[in-house]
Design a protein. Structure first.
Length: 193
């Protein structure tokens, strides 16, 4: 168990409270949109870290970092989230959990608080003396990227779970076909060698 350490940056040099919201956003859904709004009500500026940035075209990570950033920008712009209050930063996974916080700190300007619901992310940042705050879920059983991908695979309504702008981009990127192809357990083999 980690002992509590006084946070490194209660406020940045200019007196602003700056937050960090970490996620994979595979894809960005209405729960993510609400998490961004929640964080922005608590900070003056928000860095949105697109985690696992090196991963794409995988079952749990079907979209590229560039596609995810485009989804976030389009959804936030389309929902009138002030673009002067946030920035996306793609960050690849670190080779070791113990290096991940320092990796983030080397790529993101000073921040005061981390918003996350991931237990490991929470522990890693808290262990470095950084304030960490859980984000209230918006009906977690409904609004999860896993559920969105499952519904795409099952050809059920998924578009009501994501901002309209994201739905358009998923289609534009060929995301429906990609998710379905990646989530199939096995491809049919050929009858001949």
């Amino acid at each position: 168990m980690f002992s509590y350490i006084e946070p490194k940056w209660p406020r940045s040099e200019n007196g602003m409270r700056v937050g960090l919201l970490v996620g994979r956003f595979q894809p960005f859904h209405l729960g993510h949109l609400e998490a961004v709004r929640y964080a922005l009500r608590r900070v003056d500026y928000l860095y949105i870290v697109v985690g696992s940035a090196q991963r794409s075209h995988e079952r749990d990570n079907p979209f590229t970092a560039a596609e995810r950033i485009a989804m976030i920008k389009s959804a936030l712009d389309g929902n009138r989230v002030d673009p002067s209050k946030w920035m996306t930063i793609p960050i690849a996974d670190a080779d070791s959990h113990s290096l991940w916080v320092s990796t983030v700190e080397s790529m993101v300007p000073n921040f005061n608080v981390v918003f996350t619901n991931d237990a490991l992310t929470f522990l890693l940042f808290k262990g470095e003396g950084i304030d960490v705050e859980a984000v209230p879920y918006l009906d977690r059983s409904k609004y999860s990227a896993t559920n969105v991908r499952d519904r795409i695979l099952e050809r059920k309504d998924w578009e009501s779970l994501v901002p309209e702008q994201v739905s358009k981009l998923v289609r534009k990127f060929g995301g429906l076909e990609r998710v379905r192809a990646l989530m199939r357990k096995d491809l049919k083999g050929s009858d001949h060698v």
